[in-house]
Design a protein around this ligand. Structure first.
Ligand SMILES: Nc1ncnc2c1ncn2[C@@H]1O[C@H](COP(=O)(O)OP(=O)(O)OP(=O)(O)O)[C@@H](O)[C@H]1O
Length: 658
């Protein structure tokens, strides 16, 4: 196929797209007429309008990025973000998620999958075709130039999709079966987040019906991060994915903050047992017979029989709320047996008895309704209740750090984020809530055992994609090994798959960051960077603010985004110096980023300020420094006035710029 033929095919595809858009618009206009009732008209209308919007978005965006030529039958397929069909309904471009497109990502010399040639297209920002590149499967090939360009392109703005350049080991994860849970241990910049988001899009395409009910959830570490990734799924045509932090998902509007010691206890796995005990401490042994008036009769159930019912139901280990209803049903059945001695009680009688005052009163006494927040308020606010529930599980000192100074009702309590997790645990004991069909958990290494349980409850009948890096664990409870965390997530048999090819961080920067890994106390395979470009400067500077201003100035001379990353205490002085120098921070070009928010983000140029201070600022400071140093796509400046942490220094000397 010649270049002219390619241009012709492109023009034909654009015409087909325009026609699809017209047809969709007509459907929107006539949707009301063809739908049977108001409800379906509205649903149909919404669906069609969405379709129109999808098609109309970025009319100049490339309609495809690749082509597969199979060896036999001259089969040939163009591959893009969405299907495009011609007027006869024949495919012109296949959605990258279609089964046949798997070969585009995986065909190799070892397993050509029937493919003769893989073609990749280059486009300019205006959507004009700039060229293409052919790879003959079976002939030795290095990294494609188009792929290399895509990986090394300067970053500005939110995260973008990687459909055109997904790598074989990534594709295996993206297309793993919907019933399969997977855990990805990936060094910084190996594409974990990208893989997770593309997996969401793939699963929704392949199992749309099944996932429509439960839905797909993406959990990220903070809102900043969610904003950063928020455009990827819509760009892939998927808008019905919930993207949230775990705190927002539990949504209790926390307005208080725990001490470190209290948070550590509350997030510990032992709390699950403490809470279970606290909830079931609500139950009381029946102490008197139940007597129920029924017209001129009075039916009686003995204490022994009542005790048996309660004990039996407890053994059945139902959700607490269901247990209450089961006790009710069993007691009414006993009453019914008494009543049958004189009559044949029917369904109406059963309903009446089930909710009569005597039966309700009995249930309230022995198996009262439980409100999760009240259960937790009582546990934390009542030392005796806490001591009973925590006996043999928490030490007295541990009990003391989580106990409130005085009792409070749930409504007037000031809750913390950790309390929200506890309340959610109780809610899960009271009632099994419906979960999601699939959950993607990013930065999973940072989840506490109790947070993992909150995720597990929501994926009891679904599967998980667990993404993380043990070396980037910065919370006090961050996991040091995957199996333990996966057990808390309720999926202990999940395989752990490593990703080690780094797409973000240049080799020189990664070499520096990798020096920290032996000191991080975790066993992870180090990343190997795909990027030979990039620049690292380590600079000793007595006046850090002035040095930061100079570094930002230099960064602004190049394309892409810049972040100055330092501790929250350090940033104000730098902000002031930048303002005094007339440099605006906070826009797309320059961000001042506290170390705590750096996770998962990336910038072309990172200016990391005072590593020693970053390490000292928190217990997992070295892990935090590792996160900070691995945010750079092209260039990293490390500014320090104090000596660098020992672990960063090595026998190799760096060229320092005075
Ligand atoms: N196959 C690929 N082709 C092109 N770019 C890629 C590919 N895989 C990953 N990238 C890019 O590499 C960068 C890092 O990816 P991502 O943020 O998913 O990594 P990560 O493993 O989640 O990193 P971290 O652990 O540091 O958060 C992103 O800009 C992403 O778009």
């Amino acid at each position: 196929m010649r270049v002219e033929d390619e241009l012709e095919y492109l023009a034909a595809t654009r015409r087909a797209l325009a026609r699809m858009l017209d047809t969709a618009r007509v459907r929107v206009d006539t949707g009301d007429a063809i739908a049977g009732d108001g409800y379906s008209a509205e649903t149909l209308g919404r669906m069609l309008r969405r379709h129109v919007k999808d098609l109309a978005e970025e009319p100049s965006s490339p309609p495809y990025f690749g082509r597969l030529d199979f060896a036999v039958e001259e089969e040939r397929y163009y591959i893009g973000r969405r299907h495009v069909t011609d007027a006869a309904g024949l495919p012109m471009v296949l959605d990258w998620r279609a089964p046949i497109c798997r070969a585009f990502y995986r065909a190799s010399a070892r397993d050509p999958m029937g493919v003769a040639v893989r073609r990749r297209y280059g486009w300019d920002p205006a959507g004009r075709l700039t060229g293409y590149e052919d790879e003959r499967i079976g002939q030795a090939a290095g990294l494609s130039r188009l792929v290399a360009e895509e990986i090394e392109r300067p970053r500005v703005g939110p995260m973008r999709d990687i459909v055109a350049t997904i790598q074989p080991d990534q594709d295996l994860l993206v297309r793993a079966d919907v019933d399969e849970s997977v855990c990805v241990q990936g060094a910084p910049g190996t594409g974990k987040t990208a893989v997770g988001l593309h997996r969401a899009a793939y699963l929704l395409y392949t199992h749309r019906q099944r996932l429509r009910r439960g839905g797909v959830l993406v959990l990220g570490p903070n809102r900043e991060f969610l904003r950063y990734i928020s455009a990827v799924l819509p760009a892939l045509g998927e808008v019905n994915v919930r993207q949230s932090t775990l705190d927002d998902l539990l949504d209790t509007g926390a307005d208080a903050v725990d001490t470190g010691a209290a948070a550590a206890v509350k997030h510990d796995a032992r709390m699950a047992q403490v809470l279970r005990r606290a909830l079931y401490a609500n139950l009381a042994e029946p102490s008197e017979p139940l007597v129920v008036p029924d017209g001129s009769y009075r039916w009686r159930v003995s204490v022994e029989a009542l005790r048996r019912v309660v004990a039996d139901v407890r053994r059945e280990a139902l959700a607490y709320g269901m247990g209450r209803e089961r006790v009710r049903a069993r007691v009414v059945a006993l009453l019914q047996r008494r009543a049958e001695t004189v009559d044949t009680p029917g369904a109406v009688w059963v309903r009446r008895m089930s909710h009569c005052r005597a039966v309700n009163g009995f249930l309230d006494a022995v198996w009262p309704k439980a409100r999760p927040a009240e259960v937790v308020a009582r546990l934390l606010g009542d030392r005796a209740a806490l001591a009973a529930a925590a006996d043999g599980l928490l030490t007295e000192a541990e009990q003391a750090v989580i106990a409130w100074l005085r009792p409070r009702r749930a409504r007037s309590a000031r809750w913390t984020a950790a309390d929200a997790v506890l309340i959610d645990e109780v809610a899960g004991l009271v009632e099994h809530a419906p979960g999601f069909g699939h959950i993607i958990v990013d930065e999973a290494q940072d989840l506490s055992p109790m947070q993992c349980r909150a995720v597990a409850r929501r994926s009891a009948h679904g599967s998980l994609t667990v993404l993380g890096d043990l070396a980037q664990g910065t919370t006090p409870w961050a996991a040091r090994s995957w199996p333990e965390l996966l057990a808390h997530l309720g999926k202990p048999a999940t395989p752990v798959v490593p990703l080690t090819t780094g797409f973000r961080v240049p080799a020189a920067v990664l070499t520096l960051a990798n020096r920290l890994v032996p000191a991080l106390g975790v066993d992870v395979p180090p990343a190997v960077s795909l990027r030979r470009d990039g620049d690292l400067r380590i600079q000793e500077a007595p006046d850090l603010a002035a040095a930061a201003v100079a570094a930002v100035r230099a960064a602004l001379a190049q394309a892409g985004s810049t972040a100055v990353i330092g501790t929250a205490d350090r940033l104000p002085s730098i902000a002031a110096a930048l303002a005094a120098a007339g440099i605006e921070a906070g826009g797309e070009r320059v961000t001042l980023l506290p170390t705590g928010l750096a996770k998962g983000l990336e910038y072309d140029h990172v200016i990391a300020v005072e590593p020693a201070e970053i390490v000292e600022a928190e217990p997992r400071g070295l892990h935090r420094l590792y996160v900070v140093l691995t945010r750079a796509v092209s260039r990293l400046d490390v500014l320090h006035s104090r000596p660098l942490p020992d672990q960063l220094r090595s026998s190799h000397t760096f060229r320092s710029v005075p």
